[in-house]
Design a protein around this ligand. Structure first.
Ligand SMILES: Nc1ncnc2c1ncn2[C@@H]1O[C@H](COP(=O)(O)OP(=O)(O)OP(=O)(O)O)[C@@H](O)[C@H]1O
Ligand SMILES: [Mg+2]
Length: 234
């Protein structure tokens, strides 16, 4: 449950959502591409705008919304299909690509997430599920990026990954900022400081504090924020 949430998430930079478990970070993130719609009892008051558009406007096409506002989760969720197909499916469905053009787009996406070298010989043969956790997460990010989202949502994308995979995802996030608006939920406060420009601290369903990451970590306005980032709770 979230209350009184009012925030502007700036375009073209990275915003981190931090805060203790159960305080509403994922709920807020999932409101942005309507992933909460099918949860029984879900109710939204007020307005959300993504760019100029209200995703809750009647007649919104959910497939296009989720193409434009892509998401990756804590647990990578590749389709039980070949590495190639994992990416090709969305490219066919949204853009109708086929043949050489489709192949080129898949390769671009795999290169963008630095997975190409590791899978170039096996992408038609091996299942997405046969990859390591870090590779699966990069595949899921490639799948999302291939359809050219404007906004990228990441819900604890590194929490199931080792430090090397985490570093490669963080580098990717830094590269994507500028051309995309990125929102990342993380319990790793160092990660928030490494990758984000702005940070929102969620507490009990409200936004306790929201500001420039370096200011929030160096000089938080709220006592609760200071306690949380000092590790006093959460
Ligand atoms: N599918 C659901 N059905 C009903 N209530 C839910 C559902 N998912 C989350 N909630 C409730 O919404 C509130 C906020 O949960 P949310 O998952 O957004 O927290 P969070 O900040 O992402 O926590 P965490 O850091 O543990 O992921 C909690 O009280 C939770 O019980
Ligand atoms: Mg969550």
């Amino acid at each position: 449950m979230l209350f009184d949430v009012s925030m502007q998430i700036p375009a073209g930079v990275v915003t981190a959502f931090i805060g203790p478990s159960g305080c509403g970070k994922s709920t807020m993130l999932r409101c942005l591409n309507r992933l909460n719609d099918r949860i029984s009892g879900f109710r939204l008051e007020g307005e959300i705008l993504v760019g100029q558009d209200n995703p809750y406007r009647p007649g919104t096409d959910l497939l296009s919304l989720r193409r434009d506002v892509g998401i990756v989760f804590q647990k990578p969720n590749p389709f039980p299909k070949s590495i190639f197909e994992n990416i090709a499916i969305g490219l066919r469905a949204h853009y109708g690509f086929k043949g050489k053009e489709l192949e080129d787009r898949v390769v671009d996406a795999l290169q963008e997430v630095a997975l190409w070298e590791e899978v170039k010989d096996s992408m038609h043969k091996k299942s997405g599920l046969s990859l390591s956790g870090g590779q699966q997460q990069r595949l899921c990010i490639a799948r999302m990026l291939s359809v050219r989202p404007k906004v990228i949502l990441m819900d604890e994308p590194c929490s199931a990954l080792d430090p090397i995979s985490t570093k490669s995802i963080e580098q990717l996030i830094t590269k994507l900022a500028g051309s995309h608006t990125v929102v990342i939920v993380t319990h790793n406060l160092q990660q928030a400081q490494r990758v984000s420009d702005y940070t929102a601290f969620f507490l009990y369903g409200k936004i306790e504090e929201h500001g420039l990451t370096h200011e929030l970590f160096a000089n938080a306005q709220s006592e609760k924020t200071r306690e949380y980032i000092a590790g006093a709770f959460g």
